[in-house]
Structure formats: structure tokens, C-alpha cells
Design a protein around this ligand. Structure first.
Ligand code: ZN
Length: 260
């Protein structure tokens, strides 16, 4: 009798472990993605000769989301904005956290000297590069247009390098998968879309700071470069870019889920 009890307990324990394991495996699906169109409303972002960053970012974000919704119906797509309106940086990460997103993708356009061109995908982090810091400072400076930025960002000063360094220490738990996805985005841009990839970079972006999931910020090209501005305003140019981001997402999802 004692043996039967012992064996039954072992069998029960085995079943509990196995079912627990199965549930654990299920948790590794990429279920929800948040697509964040940078800027909007009173914040137009950077400017080209004929276009604003906020408008092109929205077009690209809607197209990426649409491709995911159409082709990967098991993924829930959440947008931080679907129209031209202002969303505070902290609320963008908040939307991602509230939806338990598995990935946060923030879409932007770059600004620089007329000769600068190409794509860059950023993860949160520290890299000793003045250029990266300049991009982060420009993207972060939008908080000056927000009402309570001093309270919301714990005294963050977009003009202070020290502030940027402090904030770069967050997001470190998600850095591996952020880099994994960022690498795929830049590879797609370079190999499939034929763009000049300026690579995967790291810098302290406020919009990525408080999200609790792998997060990237994509600079899809320079509006200050006439050729790129033309390409990024072109319907087919936009669809090439959106398809590149979509394929990177699909590959990222397949890769993570294959590790189960
Ligand atoms: Zn931007």
C-alpha cells in the first residue's frame, strides 16, 4: 500500500511538472506588438523640404501594423496613435506596458547635414558616440512641449548628458532581444530594400525608457537628404520600408518561438 502511494505521488508530481512546463512553453509566444508612430499633433518632429517626420512616421506605422494584422492573425497589434495627434513619450511606453506587449517598435525619421543618408535602428543603451547622443537629444527634446515633464521624467533634463547616462541603465533586462530585432530590421533594409544601413546603435531614448519589453527606435532615413525625402514620401518607398520592418518582425517571432 505504501508503495502504491509513493508511486502515485511520483506520477502526480511528474504530471504536474509536465503540465507546468507546457504552460511555460505557451508563454513564449510573441502575442502583442506595439507600433509607435513618432511625434504627432503639435509636435511635427523634424522637417524635410516638403514633409514632416510625424506624417511619414504615421504612414509607415499604419502600414507595418496592417501587414502584421493581415499576415499574422495570431498577433495583436496596438498603435500608440492612428491619427495626427500628440502623445506624450511616457504614455507611449505606458500603452505598451498596459497591453503586456512583447515588442515595442517606435518609428521615426532622421535629421542631419544634407549629405547624411541611411537607416539606423536604436536600442536603449550607452554607446560612446556623440552622433548617437545627438539623435537621442533631438528625439527626447519633445518633452519640453509636455505639461508636466519635470514630474513625469523625474527631473530629466534633455540638454544634460548626465541625465542621458542615468536613463540608459534601464531596459538592460531586454537588451538581448532588442538587439536581436534591431539587427534583423537593419539587415532587411540593407539586403532586401537596398538602403544604406548605418547599423544598429544604442542611445538613451526616453520613449524606450519605461517600457518593460524589448524595444527599438527605427530612424527610417533622413528627411534632410533630398533623395531620401523623395523615397520616403513615395508610396512604393513607404511600402518597401514597411515590408522590411514586417519581415524582420516575422523572423523575430519565428526565431523566438522556435526556441521553445
Ligand atoms: Zn523622431
Amino acid at each position: 500500500m505504501r508503495n502504491i502511494v509513493a508511486v502515485s505521488s511520483l506520477v502526480l508530481l511528474f504530471l504536474l511538472c509536465t503540465s507546468g512546463k507546457l504552460e511555460y512553453r505557451k508563454a513564449y509566444k510573441v502575442r502583442t506588438v506595439v507600433i509607435d508612430a513618432g511625434h504627432g499633433g503639435k509636435d511635427v518632429g523634424c522637417n524635410g523640404k516638403v514633409s514632416h517626420e510625424a506624417d511619414i512616421a504615421l504612414q509607415l506605422a499604419l502600414q507595418v501594423g496592417n501587414l502584421i494584422e493581415k499576415n499574422l492573425p495570431d498577433v495583436k497589434v496596438v498603435y500608440t496613435r492612428k491619427t495626427d495627434h500628440f502623445v506624450e513619450l511616457i504614455d507611449r511606453a505606458g500603452i505598451a506596458n498596459k497591453n503586456n506587449a512583447d515588442l515595442f517598435i517606435s518609428i521615426h525619421l532622421n535629421s542631419g547635414p544634407a549629405a547624411a543618408y541611411g537607416t539606423e535602428t536604436y536600442t536603449m543603451g550607452l554607446q560612446k558616440s556623440e552622433g548617437n547622443l545627438l539623435v537621442a537629444k533631438r528625439e527626447n527634446s519633445v518633452i519640453l512641449q509636455e505639461d508636466n515633464y519635470k514630474e513625469n521624467y523625474n527631473g530629466f533634463d534633455p540638454n544634460s548628458p548626465q541625465s542621458h547616462i542615468l536613463f540608459a541603465l534601464h531596459q538592460s533586462a531586454y537588451i538581448d532581444n532588442s538587439l536581436r530585432f534591431a539587427g534583423k530590421v537593419e539587415r532587411e533594409f540593407k539586403q532586401k530594400v537596398g538602403r544604406n544601413s548605418r547599423g544598429v546603435k544604442q542611445a538613451p531614448f526616453l520613449v524606450l525608457w519605461k517600457s518593460f519589453m524589448p524595444s527599438v527606435l527605427i530612424e527610417c532615413g533622413f528627411l534632410t537628404n533630398p533623395n531620401e525625402e523623395k523615397f520616403l514620401n513615395d508610396k512604393s518607398g513607404q511600402s518597401y520600408m514597411a515590408s522590411g520592418i514586417y519581415r524582420a518582425f516575422r523572423e523575430y517571432k519565428d526565431e523566438l518561438e522556435a526556441m521553445n
